[in-house]
Design a protein around this ligand. Structure first.
Ligand SMILES: [Zn+2]
Ligand SMILES: [Zn+2]
Length: 244
């Protein structure tokens, strides 16, 4: 564990300054800032895009007209200040100590808690995998840190596993590509671990990731899981960006 990771872990365990408004003593982000910057948005139940409050649909117009590749999708926070910056610190500055706080924002939503409480040990909680190259470069998979925190901080009984779904091909970062090129970039990127497809037959799978942009990675992974026999594939993400 390097020094900045250790500092983040210590900060997340012991009250200190709020990382946003610097009030002290505080949780990693004080309750006033959570309330101010993180009011729960009404989101599409299948793609997690923000919905207008009126009319009162549960899905966005796109998901109502063509099926999305996920059965359900939940996002905790708006992709805006301060959350976008904190998610970047968590992911790019190796500050894995942010995972418990981030997961708490997800578990703060009654719909997420209800959804997780229905899962059984036969269901899977799978982090979106990184390629071997990216994992070596970053040193950790941020989605696995979130998955482990989810298991630790909730009563979810689904089985967490970081080696059932694999990323077998290194691809260019999706953020460098236009929307139309993102699905192509991911062709053949994911696979179920050799000899383990039977473990997905008839099962429910919940994919976990940090940021959902176009959703191409989650949709491609979901399609691979369905081909292996999964009957229900959903996703939990910290934040969903606005459409690009
Ligand atoms: Zn604050
Ligand atoms: Zn939608």
């Amino acid at each position: 564990m390097n020094l900045s990771t250790l500092a983040a872990v210590v900060k997340s365990r012991f009250p200190s300054q709020c990382a946003v408004c610097r009030s002290w003593p505080s949780a990693p982000v004080c309750q006033a800032c959570v309330t101010r910057f993180g009011p729960p948005d009404k989101r599409c139940s299948t793609c997690a895009l923000k919905l207008p409050t009126d009319p009162p649909h549960t899905q966005c117009s796109r998901c109502r007209h063509e099926p999305f590749g996920l059965d359900a999708c939940f996002a905790a926070l708006p992709y805006a200040f301060p959350w976008s910056e904190l998610v970047s610190r968590f992911k790019f500055d190796s500050q894995t100590g942010w995972a418990p706080f981030m997961v708490n924002t997800l578990l703060g939503q009654p719909t997420v808690r209800d959804f997780l409480s229905q899962l059984t040990p036969d269901d899977w909680l799978l982090p979106l995998p990184l390629s071997t190259e990216r994992l070596a470069w970053r040193g950790f998979n941020q989605a696995w840190e979130l998955t482990r925190a989810l298991k630790h901080q909730s009563t979810c009984r689904a089985t967490a596993d970081a080696s059932l779904l694999l990323r077998i091909r290194h691809t260019r970062p999706q953020s460098e590509l236009k929307r139309s090129a993102r699905l192509d970039n991911l062709k053949g990127a994911f696979a179920v671990a050799p000899l383990r497809a039977s473990e997905l037959q008839g099962r429910r799978v919940v994919l976990v990731d940090d940021v959902m942009t176009s959703g191409a990675s989650l949709l491609t992974a979901a399609s691979v899981l369905r081909q292996a026999g999964a009957t229900h594939v959903s996703a939990l993400v910290l934040t969903r960006t606005a459409p690009t």
